[in-house]
Design a protein around this ligand. Structure first.
Ligand code: SF4
Length: 415
């Protein structure tokens, strides 16, 4: 049978879709090419915002229009949230070929050749025990659980032997890795097993790119960065100099209401510390605007905090009320228009900071992992540096999927 998979949401969902594809392949099914009719359509959904819900519903309807006879399987977070299972998709109430399926509890992704991405995700953790006031994820993905250390090392070895230049360690709550394992361990404990203890690089020496691959870490919460983890990540040449550290708000009162476990003072000290040890690293942050009760004064403090903090780019989300969450009981006090005004203010700051970071890196040597496919628009090689700079380069197909060391020129930066 021919199948297609539509994926919404985060890197962890991408990893889940890779696992679904490997399973379908192992059962003898094959991916439908563009003009082919799919017999099975899998939609791996997201429910982190109301907007994500709408996008998933629209995709379900579109798949039915495009493939009238296909079996449509709705899985992922939208499907996992109880209330959605009972709700029919408007216009498809009697569709017997539409099924909702919860994803299996322990569905860690295991690498299967062929290599389809230069920077594949390896999902090593799932679920979350934190229940931040606005977040639906613990209800959709369950309690935190980790892939056993032995399996992680085996997978990394397989992927390295397959010639993969970068692997993204991903999870819903990566900072909680290993706390559920027997014997218990931590993300740092795992990293020490993956990469030998880092020896400081003599000033100016470049990374030997031929024999190693790099690890990129997905999002880690601020309170999960120990001084030892900072040191280890900042000095280890195998760890990409790119850290995503959710902020959510730059106001302590709002952080407390959100149930976040740090203060702005701690956050500022953390980022300053990381930047002092890895000056060329890129730091990204998530921010929610318009959380219930966020006044203009709260928002102004957030704006000022972000301006002064060494963040290089932002992912900005207007607050979206999610049922079952603690904040769903709070009055949604900020209007849609005001949420969008606040979001555009922060996105403008993010664009300015990102441009400043790229300018600072121009003329420096960077290690770029080249994607396995050329850029559709320009036909050039496209890649991303360890510190998250997207670039377009000229070169032959032999470089596809490889890591190369280049001097960054501003005209190579892919804005
Ligand atoms: S840490 Fe908070 S925001 Fe992140 S997944 Fe868990 S509950 Fe959601």
């Amino acid at each position: 049978m021919k199948y297609l998979i539509e994926t919404f949401g985060c890197r962890t969902n991408q990893a889940d879709s890779d696992a679904i594809a490997s399973k379908l392949l192992s059962k003898g099914h094959s991916p439908a090419c563009k003009e082919e009719t799919a017999d099975i359509c899998v939609i791996n959904t997201c429910t982190v915002t109301a907007k994500a819900d709408t996008q998933c519903r629209n995709m379900i309807r579109k798949l039915r229009r495009d493939y009238p006879k296909a079996k449509i399987v709705v899985t992922g977070c939208f499907a996992a949230v109880a209330e959605n299972q009972s709700k029919k998709i408007a216009g498809m109430e009697n569709d017997e070929n539409l099924v909702f399926e919860r994803r299996p509890e322990t569905n860690f992704s295991f690498f299967t050749a062929p290599v389809t991405r230069a920077r594949p995700n390896l999902k090593i953790q799932d679920g979350c025990d934190r229940f931040c006031a606005y977040c639906i994820v613990p209800y959709a993905r369950g309690r935190s659980r980790s892939m056993p250390v032995k399996d992680v090392l085996e997978q990394l070895d397989l992927m390295h032997k397959a010639g993969i230049a970068e692997i993204v360690l991903t999870g819903i709550h990566l900072g909680g890795y290993g706390l559920d394992l027997k014997p218990e361990t931590t993300l740092l404990g795992l990293l020490k097993k993956i990469t030998p203890s880092p020896s400081p690089l003599p000033r100016g020496e470049k990374v030997d790119t031929d024999h190693c691959f790099r690890i990129r870490l997905s999002s880690i919460d601020p309170d999960e960065w120990s001084d030892e983890l900072i040191d280890f990540a900042a000095r280890n040449k195998m760890i990409a100099r790119h850290f995503h550290i959710p902020l959510q708000s730059g106001d302590d009162e709002i952080l407390q209401k959100m149930g976040r476990r740090y203060t702005t003072e701690r956050y500022f000290r953390l980022l300053s510390d990381i930047k002092s040890k890895a000056p060329d690293c890129a730091i990204g942050a998530d921010v929610i605007v318009g959380f219930p009760g966020e006044t203009r004064e709260h928002f102004e403090r957030t704006r000022q905090f972000i301006e002064k903090t060494p963040i290089d780019y932002l992912h900005v989300f207007p607050y979206s009320r999610r049922s079952q969450t603690a904040s769903a009981k709070l009055e949604d006090t900020v209007s849609k228009a005001e949420k969008h005004r606040r979001a555009s203010v922060l996105r403008a700051i993010s664009a300015k900071k990102r441009a400043e970071f790229y300018k600072k890196m121009a003329g420096k040597k960077i290690d770029v992992v080249i994607e396995v496919n050329r850029d559709k628009k320009t036909g050039r090689l496209k890649g991303i540096s360890g510190n998250y700079i997207p670039v377009l380069l000229d070169g032959d197909d032999g470089l596809l999927g490889r890591m190369v060391n280049v001097t960054l020129a501003e005209e190579n930066i892919c804005i």
